[in-house]
Design a protein around this ligand. Structure first.
Ligand code: 13P
Ligand code: SF4
Length: 391
């Protein structure tokens, strides 16, 4: 029997600095069952004081969120990271691409730390730089690259953001995808957008917010010659969607929506725009994680919600709002496994190392990538503020 080399680094096996899921934690990690972990985390945080700034994404576990100085979606956290130039250490409780963005937006003397390097993102891994460069070459061959503006979702690696910065494009998040696309289409006459790496956010925004038709969108499959598209299809398209998706939000189906409506009379279905177009079309409300939180917070007691986003957030909302009926849209449990890699033992390990003067798991983007990724991120930060979320 012959063995084939796996194209992806399997979680838990060694470290590859070029890949998101590196997994080494030098030294010993506190045991998950250690009853003193909470006290140790508190003590380390107190010892570091203002020298450390802890950021927590909404999909993090409760045990970690408890120690976050600020919580937010990826857009808010990017802003927050840029707003604390005095903090020596920025401990990012989120995933690798978020920590990279924080490194790009903070000063050279600030160290950004990701408590577990295995906290990657399968969606970000679906667009590699070499694949995107090949796609761009193909667009050049078809003669349309000069009218294409690349826009990448925040959920992408720093080198994809840099690619967008270099080619006149920008970054967007689920909070500002509509404004970012309006900006992109205003950049050139008869502009087309190459949207990376989440086809669902791209399609949902183009069709629901910008009034395009599904026929205006084509899907570029990086595993097929010429993306699996003909030159004519590329020339006619207004939106070229990269074939990537979120493995968590991609689980929700139209059947889940039908089932919950049958189970819970009067329920309102509230989903993230990383869900498929079919799910989003059947939902009552669609928006970023910040939008989902604000919607629930503003709802009257007795409201019923079926929420289609990561389970840690849905559970936290349900616990915080016992006066409402909050349920998870899927019947089966689904956490984001990579977000969940950041647990209390890794957090304590990173913080205690900082107290001892050792910077572990520092996320550093190389200067050339940083320069161009910053251009794309800054274009996003300069967009007029408008939060996504519509019925
Ligand atoms: P936002 O934080 O932009 O809502 O994105 C959701 C997500 O999947 C983060 O990984
Ligand atoms: Fe990536 Fe989806 Fe997890 Fe977000 S929820 S980190 S997009 S896999």
């Amino acid at each position: 029997m012959t063995t084939t080399e796996l194209p992806l680094l399997v979680l838990g096996r060694g470290t590859d600095s070029r890949s998101e899921p590196g997994v080494d934690c030098p030294g010993s990690l506190p045991a998950a069952s250690d009853p003193d972990l909470v006290a140790r985390a508190r003590a380390a945080k107190e010892a570091l004081g203002d020298r450390v700034f802890v950021l927590g994404h909404h999909y993090q576990r409760d045990e970690v969120i408890e120690f976050a100085d600020v919580t937010g979606d990826s857009f808010k956290l990017a802003r927050d990271a840029a707003g604390r130039p005095d903090a020596e250490y920025v401990v990012f409780c989120g995933v690798h691409f978020m920590a990279e963005s924080a490194d790009i937006l903070t000063g050279p003397d600030q160290a950004v730390i990701l408590p577990d390097l295995a906290a990657g993102c399968s969606m970000a891994d679906m667009a590699g730089l070499a694949q995107v460069e090949d796609a761009w070459d193909a667009l050049e061959d078809v003669g349309i690259a000069s009218s294409v503006v690349p826009v990448t979702y925040m959920n992408s690696s720093a080198d994809i953001k840099a690619f967008c910065g270099k080619h006149g494009g920008a970054v967007c998040t689920s909070s500002n995808a509509q404004v970012a696309l309006e900006w992109a289409y205003a950049q050139k006459k008869d502009a087309k957008v190459l949207f990376l790496p989440d086809q669902h956010l791209g399609r949902n925004t183009a069709v629901r917010e910008l009034g395009m038709s599904l026929d205006d969108c084509v899907v570029w499959n990086p595993h097929k010659p010429n993306g699996g598209l003909t030159p004519g299809q590329l020339r006619d398209a207004r939106m070229i969607l990269w074939k990537g998706h979120c493995s968590v939000h991609g689980r929700f189906t139209a059947q889940c929506v039908d089932d919950v409506r049958e189970r819970v009379p009067g329920v309102q279905v509230l989903v993230h725009p990383e869900c498929t177009h079919e799910v989003v079309t059947k939902a009552d409300l669609v928006g970023s994680t910040e939008f989902i939180i604000k919607t629930v917070e503003a709802a009257p007691p007795g409201s019923s919600w079926a929420i289609g986003t990561e389970l840690n957030l849905v559970q936290r909302l349900a616990n915080a709002h016992p006066e409402q009926h909050i349920t998870f849209l899927d019947k089966t449990v689904c956490y984001c496994s990579t977000m969940n890699r950041i647990d209390l033992p890794h957090f304590v390990w990173a913080m205690e190392n900082l107290v001892a003067g050792h910077v572990v798991n520092r996320i550093e983007v190389d200067p050339e990538t940083e320069r161009w990724a910053k251009v794309a991120l800054q274009r996003m930060l300069d967009l007029p503020a408008r939060t996504a979320g519509k019925d």
